[in-house]
Design a protein. Sequence first.
Length: 488
Amino acid sequence: MRRLLAAVVIVAFSSSAFAENYQVVFICPQSFSSALSPLINDAETDGWQVDIFTIEYIDSNYPGADRREKIKAAVADLHDHGLEIVSFVGDADYSGQEPQCNIIPLWYYYCPEIGYWRDDRATMFDYVDFDGDRIPDVAWTWIPAYDAHQVSNLISHSLYYKSVDPGEAWLSRCLWLVEDEDLEGNSGEITRLLANKLINNPIMARFNRKVFYDSEIPYGYFNRQDSAVTAINAGVGAVFGMGTVANRTDFVEFMSGYFFFRVSSDLAANNMCGVYFGLSCGLGEFDRPINPSRGLDFCSQFLFDDQNKGASFWVGPSSNTRYDSNYYLGLALLEQLFVLGARTTAEACFMALRRVMVEHPEFQEVWEGQNFFGSPFHVMHGMKRIDYTNVDEKHAYRGNLEQNYPNPCNPATTIRYSLARKEHVHLSIYDVNGRRVRILVNEVQDAGSKKVIWDGKNEKGVKMASGVYFYRLETPSYSMSKKIVLIR
């Protein structure tokens, strides 16, 4: 299925007929295709190559026991043909009142059929991890919409945000909502300490920061909601909410819409749709339309409102988090967005997540619950943007893996690669069956050009037989594989 220029024209073909690379692909029900047109037309004007694969086509043309397996097969196919960003548009894979096309797998959700919460440990990594290491291999976003009208509203937020003059004062304002009350032990004290480390990081000096701590505002949901709403209505370019399950008090309730509290009617239609970062448990929950105890999902409040208010992009987990994990991800996001750079907000989030996953594997379950909601083309004002049309610059900011030389080789060959920054590097040799033969590099290295020699032997020093092998480089920023031919 191919989206042709200017208009949404869907043409079916088999996956074996792929003849070109795919840069950005939307996966959505056919009924949402027209709603995506304004966003796609704008992206094509900017030079992006954009395609649509509908759920109906995937259901009919890809293998799998269920829709989740078929979508994974389609995304893997696209990845083999150069896919760089995939955007899933539709609702969750949800048991109960059936949503639109069951596109998004859920980690943790309320199931009315059984009357309580289910924990399926299903995440987007089921779609975007192709080598089985539970680290995503392609950037992604979600637009978890129930209908085409919600898709149109989110696109309106995104395109209006793009049109804002970068010099407008509200873009330089940043609001922090910090839950620092001790509901369990010293949870609030730890959260406040780690939040302050981020707030006072030199990277944050670009913002005019306003910080609300739960402990400094009289207890009561509406006291704190009113404080946050007043600041948001004045215009803020970024909103950070930080806390944990141990001290989830009113600011998380405000951002997630628990207990039937709705803030959309209080938010001003001020055309100031900032970027929201949820560094706390559950601030990426979205599929709770009929949960009797926790109210409606946050997306309809901030992302899908009919007017240009609320958020243009949202980052947050659907799983529980930890104090340290919130800090590590927050720091990685700040560094990737404003120091290291990326082409889009989604790609910056993807690269930051890959980084913390490699550096802090002890939080694997936390990382797998992360969500990025919004347009795949969204670019946060003020972020360091990499020119995606410049191939050399693209390699410079991510790094690069070169073809080994000589190739074919006997008895040894040199592998060269480059790093854009100091980071952890893993470089290994594999046979054609995917079995690891030799670890060549497994350490933190400084930025710059590197080289390593493979002598054609395995970990035990035994010479490998003639044949085809692969070498794979993995860093928090990118991963890449190439083929070696060994001749004895």
